[in-house]
Design a binder for this molecule. Sequence first.
Ligand code: IPM
Ligand code: MG
Length: 367
Amino acid sequence: MTKKILLIAGDGIGPEVVLQTKKIIDFFSQNSDKKFETENALLGGCAYDQMGTPFPQETLKLARASDAILLGAVGGHKWEALKYEHRPERGLLGIRKELELFANLRPAKVFSALADSSTLKREIVDGLDIMIVRELTGDLYFGQPRGVETLKDGTRRGYNTMVYTSAEVERIAIVAFDLARQRGKKLCSIDKANVIETTEMWREVVSEIGAKNYADVALSHMYVDNASMQLVRNPKQFDVMLTGNMFGDILSDTASMLTGSLGMLPSASLGAKINGVQHALYEPIHGSAPDIAGRDIANPIATILSLAMMFRYSFNYENEANIIEKAIENVLVSGIRTADIAKAGEEKISCSQMGDEILKEIKKIHK
Ligand code: IPM
Ligand code: MG
């Protein structure tokens, strides 16, 4: 059966990294029994420029009709001064919310060939393989009330609401426990239960589920400040980390740097399975990097790894996912580097050359 993939290239380096990934989609479509059909949609700043909104209805319609979505990145300096509802980020947050993509999987895996590219010592990061499970549709990002108001004395008051229901905590905890069960059977849940009641409840709910259904998974809890410190002190102590939306945003950027570059980290954002249909969006965790956009120097690996995640989680194409990941590993082992992962004095290749090298390797493995 042909799978429909919606490509949302977005802003900045988004179109460049998505283009490299599309080459791989096309390769499998033409050379294997896996068939794909792609379509393009606008989101973010480019959508605002062309349609007057960062999240066009047409994009939502196409997203709903697709089997999976591949997104590049949204945002850029150009749109920063716009009103809140017109900013590119509203497009991304809008699609996450509309499709209820509550489960954000952010694996931070260090390719041994890149262990020296990390700002941390090789022995701290070599062999690292952690999975951050970030709740994506609740918390401070969406909580009401929110806003900025002007007080009587002319000063202003800004406010946001950290909010979770126990049902929301439960469904994301189940995703994390299930993943932990398939991996190292260790789950660390991150909160700030010593100060913030919402997260105290979070801790209670996670504990209850663990005690009830996951006796085989070793559950621990950690305050977020400590977790951020432990991630750079001794990241290999973690297997699966479970966090809310806000803490997960921050911790996953930290985790990405352990792997050498923001340009290496893929992600999957999964919805609930309803009547056999599960919406899912795959994207690199890096942003639109406007400073390097249009120069063909970005690293497409995070986006290509996101495609591997799509093959694995949306389509169950484990073999093809493994081929992509193996090809990337081989390319890195052979010393091929984009600028972000090259060390001083090493030759750097372009974004499109990296795409070609990975494709060449895929062809070799896929005979
Ligand atoms: C991410 C990004 C987004 C977020 C931004 C672009 C809205 O930083 O996916 O981590 O904060 O979730
Ligand atoms: Mg982020």
